[in-house]
Design a protein. Sequence first.
Length: 178
Amino acid sequence: MHKDVGAILLNEAEIKARILEMGAEIAAEYKDKNPVMIAVLKGSFIFMADLVRAMDMPSRIEFLGVSSYGDKTTTTGAVQITRDLDCDIEGRHVIVVEDILDSGLTLSYLISYLQNRKPASVAICTLLDKPERRKVEVDARYKGFTIPDAFVVGYGLDFAEQYRNLPYIGVLKPEVYA
């Protein structure tokens, strides 16, 4: 797998340090709110696990399965819910935890989808922000890193369900997905 990565964009230590900062920031802002942390599957599961461990506060963990990429390198634009929440979020503070904010299409759809359930608030926490690819403006309250327009894998991010287990975020060589 490592041979398919052309460059390491963010190493394991950089990722860990930033997640500790983000966890402390969220804990300070939500300390008395017991938020529902919603991981957008599958890409954010590693980020979510590390993030909630960095938050010294109570929170509920939920998972929302979403598909918009399939085996492609860009979103199809059609968002499909593949797994719904197990709890009612009405009146609760919600933090949507995403691996990457790219086009904005998926997160825009999810925010609308969740707002229909009448939460007290909805905030977005994304590990990676790729603003050059934005098609829809989405406000992420918490951002780990702003990255260039490159196809990245590792630390939960995949290509065709591979590379999620890399401990860093790397740029996938174009010949791998061409």
